[in-house]
Design a protein around this ligand. Structure first.
Ligand code: ADP
Ligand code: MG
Length: 139
């Protein structure tokens, strides 16, 4: 069965440039329900934990150092088939390759500084939701 939740992060570059509002509007228009939302600024340790699966990749240090440069917006999103549906809305990892109209195409600067994160599986969506949100923060 396809899961109903996914996690998105609006990354520091997009937050700094004031794109969070426009990104949230697109998420609403696409039919997602926001069941939890907050600003956080990750520590280096937290960023490394969140991206642990990428540890050892050549871009890992750059990625985690970028992710701690400012606040991010963390979103718990609900929709049927949430993971696949959201990945379709955000587009390819590299904004230059992302389809027209996708969040990464519209708001991303580069593959290193793309605008948003989206969970890649139901299992990781649950792990990421538990990493960021307690029961009390979910509505
Ligand atoms: P996605 O975010 O589309 O799931 P990945 O999980 O492969 O992509 O990578 C996680 C993040 O790491 C990407 O969003 C991007 O910020 C960064 N990244 C991935 N691949 C590269 C790369 N080749 N060069 C620089 N940064 C990368
Ligand atoms: Mg990924």
């Amino acid at each position: 069965m396809k899961g109903k939740i996914t996690i998105s992060l609006i990354k520091p570059y997009a937050v700094k440039n004031g794109y969070a509002g426009q990104i949230l509007a697109k998420i609403n228009e696409a039919g997602f329900r926001i069941s939890a939302m907050k600003y956080v600024q990750l520590s280096l340790g937290q960023a490394k934990k969140f991206y642990a699966i990428h540890n050892g990749q050549k871009y890992f240090e750059k990625l985690v150092n970028f992710m701690i440069t400012g606040p991010i917006v963390v979103l718990l999103l609900e929709k049927e088939d949430a993971v696949a549906s959201y990945r379709k809305l955000i587009g390819a990892t590299d904004p230059h390759r992302a389809e027209e109209g996708t969040l990464r195409k519209l708001f991303g600067a580069s593959i290193e500084m793309n605008a948003v994160h989206g969970s890649d599986s139901d299992e990781n969506a649950i792990k990421e939701a538990n990493f960021f949100f307690s029961e009390m923060e979910r509505f």
